[in-house]
Design a protein around this ligand. Sequence first.
Ligand SMILES: CC(C)(COP(=O)(O)OP(=O)(O)OC[C@H]1O[C@@H](n2cnc3c(N)ncnc32)[C@H](O)[C@@H]1OP(=O)(O)O)[C@@H](O)C(=O)NCCC(=O)NCCS
Length: 150
Amino acid sequence: MKKESNYTIKQISSVKTYIVRHPVLREGRPIEDCAFDNDDLETTLHFGLYTNNDLVGVATFLLNNNQLFSETNQYQLRGMGVLKSHQGFGFGDSLLQYGEQQIKLKDGALIWFNAREIAIGFYEKNNYQTIGDSFEIKGVGKHYVMYKKL
Ligand SMILES: CC(C)(COP(=O)(O)OP(=O)(O)OC[C@H]1O[C@@H](n2cnc3c(N)ncnc32)[C@H](O)[C@@H]1OP(=O)(O)O)[C@@H](O)C(=O)NCCC(=O)NCCS
């Protein structure tokens, strides 16, 4: 894979994430469907990856404990996406790793999320593992819980 090194990552507002959430994660659905519960809590962090001043990747981390895990300070990753035109350049890796560093700075002990089946390979390369059986999210498809202790 050709790793593109011309990019910057910064914290962004929840509304900015729609630029990527909409085409990548909510294609063909109303823009309102891009809003997630708790997007605007003070503890919620949204990160955006820019290349040539264009926002092309987003990831959101919510302070949210999953009872599958015992850690007290867990973050849920949601809305991880890179525009199709920019996939395969290492941007997903860079964004995820940046997010992990920021969560560590907030004393986050574990990151978990519901992963789409097609994205599992990406997360495994980043040392996440699945736990439990697959489950269906209506309208989105088969998912697994994945996690990593920080
Ligand atoms: C999954 C996604 C975020 C990855 O972003 P990306 O910028 O394309 O990924 P990268 O270029 O950083 O790839 C990193 C590595 O993961 C691999 N990879 C990327 N997507 C993959 C996938 N869907 N399945 C398996 N491996 C994948 C790449 O080949 C690369 O491996 P390498 O380092 O051995 O070459 C992006 O493809 C995406 O937005 N997909 C659609 C939305 C989605 O499914 N989001 C996740 C919801 S749970």
